[in-house]
Every structure is written in structure tokens, then in C-alpha cells.
Design a protein around this ligand. Structure first.
Ligand code: DUC
Ligand code: ZN
Ligand code: ZN
Length: 467
């Protein structure tokens, strides 16, 4: 064996038990009591620590063109930062261009990711053109390549209409693929934007107001109804409102394979952040909502109706966020000119584990939401998502006694600020291994640019909400 992690408590989605974990050739080779090292085995003492599967971030936007710029973290910076927060696999979005076959879009992005990624990665397609059969049928090439999930946008100019959404669901059903949805009502959003701007209401608060609880909730309900009509599964990404949470809960109770993801920013912040002097730094879509929505999301986590937690990591610099204000040079910014998105890739596992450490949920629940469920949902549980013999040795050692205050200077991405500045965490990862190799030593990134590999997703047919 190459590595032996001794004396820690192993946490899976179901149980916690004291055991040693052995690694050979990048895979977990044994889990058990009193495992003995071989001659050249590196032995790591994990007494008093938790030993967890590396997290899978099912939602990132690395080097993504948006709002007239490109998100700050490229594939190296983003995956480096992920590794230092205990995330060992990221699912990034390939945005399909007009007239571009989905496989061509994947190859275009993979050419950027392959030389740069420091941990393993895979893709979802961000559907950009299903206006004709040729484009719609190009989903087949993506699935053959190993990209089996397709996100449609109900909002934004490049998004789908209901007919295109429905056709995408039907095609996904044929392929046993998964459709994800960014659910916000485009038309209502546009009307409210026009109204607020005409009234001279330009700051970040109006971003929230034009994408309020109902704007998101209505689209969630419609998306679920479309999936029911198509007779297929649906994955609502970045769910952030109570009405949507209730609709997901009801559909699942009726037996429909409807799954929801939420993000740490919706669990920690509320809409009040948009009243802060730098409220524009928090502008993302969907925006943070009120406390009742936040409470509903936590309830959804506790009762199993939230299936995954992911970050929607999409950072922009402070200067780019400032495009949302009027400047002395005469630029006329407003809430619609702020690039949408925030950094979070390094904060997901530490924040969720800290909430567990404070007693809000169990550590097992965090493993389920951040590792095991995303692996099952996206068809990579044959190699990732839990500490099991034969799976990739993507492992995190977590010290429940280490206190950590988030500050941008301690983060490992390329961003110049974080919305998480000052957040106090109880416990923190002290080591991350990718394929059995140390990539984070508790302080620094010690991995390698380009070491991360593309992970092929298998198709999964979901007949019920159970994973
Ligand atoms: N929302 C964001 O906040 N950023 C990128 C894309 C999105 O839908
Ligand atoms: Zn989205
Ligand atoms: Zn997103």
C-alpha cells in the first residue's frame, strides 16, 4: 500500500466508524481496524480527526464568459481553490454556442480544462441552442462522450422557451440523461427590470426585487409540471425559494423523480445583503431570498428533499462588480450591468461541515449532500462519492477542533474578494488527497496543474425520487 490514514473516524453518508484507510495506486484498497503499513507506506496519523470522501461540487463556472467579461478563476485557479476546501471533483458548465453541436462545445472546453485542472472534473452542458432537430439530437454525442446532464435556462436571452425546454426533456428521457434547470421567469424579470430602471431604482437591492421569491417560485412550479408532462426526471439547480421548495417536496411525495440542489450562499445569507454598501458583490442569479425561504431550504435538507449542495462558483473582481454603479467618469451602471456570480468553490465543504460540527445537521448528511448524492445523480458513483474499497482515493482529513475565519487572503483562487469574508467556521479540512496524492496540506495547495482528469458520467434512469 502507498498511503495509510490511521486512527481517524470514517464518515460515510450512512455511518461513522473508527477505521484506518489504505490507498494503493490511487484507489482505496482497504478500510478496517489496525491495518498494518508495508515497508514504504506513508503513514498519516488521523487521531481525533474525521476522514471523509472528497466533495463533488456539481455546479461551477470556471473561465466563463458572462456579462461582458470572464469569471475570474480559470480551470487551474478554480480547481486549486476547490482542493484547498476539500473538493476533489468539479462539474463545470460547457455553454453551447448557437449552431454548435454539443460534443464540439465539450471538446472546446475540455481543451481548456485538461492542461489546467488540478483535481478531477466533468461537465454539464449549458443548453444554448435546441432550436432545430440537429442541435437537439446533438445531445446524443454528448452522452456518448460521457456528459449526461443538460442545463436549460428559463431566464436570460440565450435561454429556452417552454417548447424547447419540453423537447429537451423528451430527448433526455430517450437517452436516460438528466435535465437541470435554472428556473426564473424571464418575462416577469424583464418587466420588473424595465419598471425599476424607469423609476431610477438602480442599486443591487433591485436585482433581488426583479428576481424575487415569486419570480423564481413560478418557474420552479412550471419546470416541475413540464417534467411531469414529459414523464422524466428533473434537477432544479441553485434552488433558493420557499415556493419552489414546497413544489419539489410535493412532487417527490407523489413519487416523481424531481431533485433539487441548493447552495451555501442561500443557506447563510439572506436578501438583506443587497442593502449593504457593497451589496453588488452579492449579486448572483438567483439572488439570496428572505428568511422564510432560507428556513424552508434548511428544512428541505433535514427532511431529504434537497438532494445536493453545490456552489455555483462564478467569481468576478470588485472592479467588475463596480460596473453596477454610476462612476465619476460618467459610466451609468445599474443592477443589470453587474456580472452575476460569487466565489464559493473553497467554502462549500468547510461551511457545511461547520454547520454539522455546530450540531445543525449530521456529518453523514453533509457527506450525502456534497459527495455521495452528486456522484449517484451524475452517474460517477462507480468511482467517486464515498469511502469504499475500489473507488478513487479522494479523501479529506477534517479537524473538528480547528477554528477558521474565512478571509480572502487565505483562499487559493484568483479572486480579489469573497462574500464569505469574516465568516467563522468550527472545524476545517487539514488535508485533501486526490487519487491518494496530497493536494492540500492544511495551509497550501501542494498539487499539480493538469493532474486532474475528465470523469466520464454514466446515464442513470430515475424512476422515483430515491437515489
Ligand atoms: N448565475 C450566476 O450567478 N452566475 C452564472 C450563471 C448564473 O446563472
Ligand atoms: Zn444558473
Ligand atoms: Zn450556475
Amino acid at each position: 500500500m502507498d498511503l495509510l490514514i490511521k486512527g481517524g473516524k470514517v464518515v460515510t453518508a450512512k455511518t461513522t466508524f473508527k477505521a484506518d484507510v489504505a490507498v494503493k495506486n490511487g484507489k482505496i484498497s482497504a478500510i478496517g481496524a489496525n491495518l498494518k503499513p508495508e515497508k514504504d507506506t506513508e503513514v498519516v496519523d488521523a487521531k481525533g480527526k474525521l476522514v471523509l470522501p472528497g466533495a463533488i461540487d456539481g455546479h461551477t463556472h470556471l473561465a466563463m464568459p458572462f456579462g461582458g467579461t470572464i469569471s475570474t478563476d480559470d480551470y487551474f485557479a478554480g480547481t486549486r481553490s476547490a482542493a484547498c476546501g476539500g473538493t476533489t471533483t468539479v462539474f463545470d458548465f460547457v455553454l453551447q454556442g448557437q449552431g454548435e453541436k454539443m460534443l464540439d462545445a465539450i471538446k472546446r472546453r475540455n481543451a481548456l480544462a485538461e492542461p489546467d485542472a488540478a483535481v478531477d472534473y466533468s461537465f454539464h452542458i449549458g443548453v444554448g441552442d435546441v432550436t432545430n432537430d440537429k442541435m437537439l439530437n446533438s445531445m446524443e454525442g454528448a452522452v456518448e462522450f460521457g456528459v449526461t446532464s443538460f442545463k436549460v435556462f428559463m431566464v436570460y436571452d440565450f435561454g429556452v422557451d417552454d417548447g424547447q425546454f419540453f423537447k429537451t426533456l423528451q430527448k433526455a428521457k430517450e437517452l436516460n440523461a438528466l435535465v437541470g434547470v435554472h428556473a426564473e421567469n424571464r418575462e416577469v424579470n424583464n418587466v420588473l427590470v424595465e419598471k425599476y430602471l424607469s423609476e431610477g431604482k438602480t442599486d443591487a437591492w433591485w436585482h433581488y426585487m426583479s428576481k424575487n421569491e415569486d419570480v423564481e417560485g413560478e418557474a420552479d412550479v412550471r419546470a416541475i409540471n413540464l417534467a411531469k408532462m414529459a414523464g422524466t426526471s428533473l434537477y432544479i439547480v441553485h434552488l433558493a425559494n420557499k415556493q419552489g421548495m414546497e413544489a419539489v417536496t410535493q412532487a417527490r411525495a407523489e413519487g416523481y423523480p424531481i431533485f433539487a440542489e441548493t447552495c451555501p450562499q442561500y443557506l447563510y445569507f439572506t436578501k438583506e445583503v443587497y442593502k449593504r454598501p457593497r451589496g453588488r458583490d452579492f449579486v448572483c442569479s438567483p439572488p439570496m431570498k428572505g428568511k422564510p425561504s432560507q428556513d424552508a431550504l434548511w428544512e428541505g435538507i433535514k427532511n431529504g428533499n434537497i438532494t445536493t449542495v453545490a456552489t455555483d462558483h462564478c467569481p468576478f473582481t470588485k472592479k467588475e462588480k463596480d460596473w453596477g454603479i454610476k462612476t465619476k467618469t460618467g459610466a451609468k451602471g445599474n443592477f443589470t450591468t453587474i456580472p452575476n456570480g460569487c466565489a464559493g468553490i473553497e467554502n462549500m465543504y468547510p461551511y457545511m461541515l461547520s454547520e454539522a460540527n455546530k450540531g445543525r445537521i449530521s456529518f453523514n448528511k453533509v457527506v450525502e449532500l456534497c459527495a455521495t448524492n452528486p456522484a449517484k445523480l451524475f452517474g460517477i458513483d462507480y468511482c467517486k462519492g464515498s469511502l469504499s474499497i475500489g473507488l478513487d482515493a479522494d479523501i479529506v482529513i477534517y479537524d473538528p477542533k480547528k477554528s477558521f475565519t474565512i478571509t480572502n487572503a487565505k483562499m487559493h483562487g484568483d479572486t480579489d474578494h469573497t462574500i464569505w469574508e469574516g465568516a467563522k467556521l468550527k472545524g476545517y479540512p487539514v488535508a485533501t488527497y486526490s487519487h491518494g496524492k496530497l493536494v492540500f496540506d492544511g495551509k497550501n495547495f501542494v498539487g499539480e496543474k493538469g493532474a486532474g482528469k475528465f470523469v466520464k458520467c454514466k446515464t442513470v434512469k430515475f424512476k422515483s425520487p430515491a437515489l
